[in-house]
Design a protein around this ligand. Sequence first.
Ligand code: PEP
Ligand code: MN
Length: 360
Amino acid sequence: MLVLVKVTADAQARARLVAMVAAEGTDDAPDITPSALGPVLCLPDTHVSAAFVRKLERDPAVERVVSVDVPYPLASLAVHPARTVVRVGSVAIGGGSPVIIAGPCSVEGEAQIRAAAREAKAAGAHLLRGGAFKPRTSPHSFQGLGLPGLELLARAGAEVDLPVVSEVMEPGMVEAVAEYADVLQVGSRNMQNFPLLRAVGHLGRPVLLKRGFAATIEEWLLAAEYVLVSGNTSVILCERGIRGFDPLTRNVLDLSAIPLLRTLTHLPVVVDPSHGTGRRDLVVPLGVAAIAAGADGVMVEMHPNPDSARTDRAQTIGPTQLRQLVRQARAVHAVLDAADDCLDPAVGGDHRELAADRSL
Ligand code: PEP
Ligand code: MN
């Protein structure tokens, strides 16, 4: 249940409303949070009696009470039909044209990240990625350069005028990473690190939330809900593949998640075919396929000299492949857009929604 709070309600009226809800004895002490719908209070439906709903509706601080049948009301498209566009500097993710995020798995040193930044920019990428805090399966593997690496990333991005994306692994590091990163990445292994989700939520910086490699779509949207309920409306979902059984690919890239998410959430969706496949030769085709399936962008691991990449070498493309990806992604997007323009405008919707309708 969502209680939409009047924007005009002053601090006293809001405090009274929160106290009234707390006195009703719902689970946690709920708080009013900013959302794409304005200030809201989220309550678990099961705990709210019809009499209490009427009481809420009469409260002068309350605009409207909305009953929702999804566990992730703030992320839900049904509750919030206007699609979210996440802005990072002058880049709009979810704004209609495909956004390309490229850069190495790890920041390895100044020369490497500066060369990667130049290549990413020259290829037409919109954001530069680079890991400085690396979630490695083995404690004996390279763990990333840490804060000095982040500083190198930020400088390399600034030099070519590209905002930067980097991973943060622990709540206590969120503010430090945000000193350098324009977008905070929450990695697959941390998708259900709830204190981390709340910490990036409180900070308000755009968040790239990767899908846990064994997470259902609903668990993923509930992870996004943690960020949203903490007051941060700038969440980008990133499909990065889920565990399969075939050792020929690292993961199974779930492209069905893209049109499915279109029906469930207003949040933008990007796809990472690098971790999604684990194979350099599959990155461009799967990246293009993601755009064809309606993704708002693609994130790829690109190294100026991929064969020397310190981490994730097998799935890292070079500058030539990145240029190919950008060209093909733009071409596919333009063709689909043009095909949409030929459709009867009365039918409405974008090509993905139309495609979904037709399959019914
Ligand atoms: C990454 O993008 O650097 C990364 C570690 O990805 P994931 O969390 O999807 O494994
Ligand atoms: Mn990687």
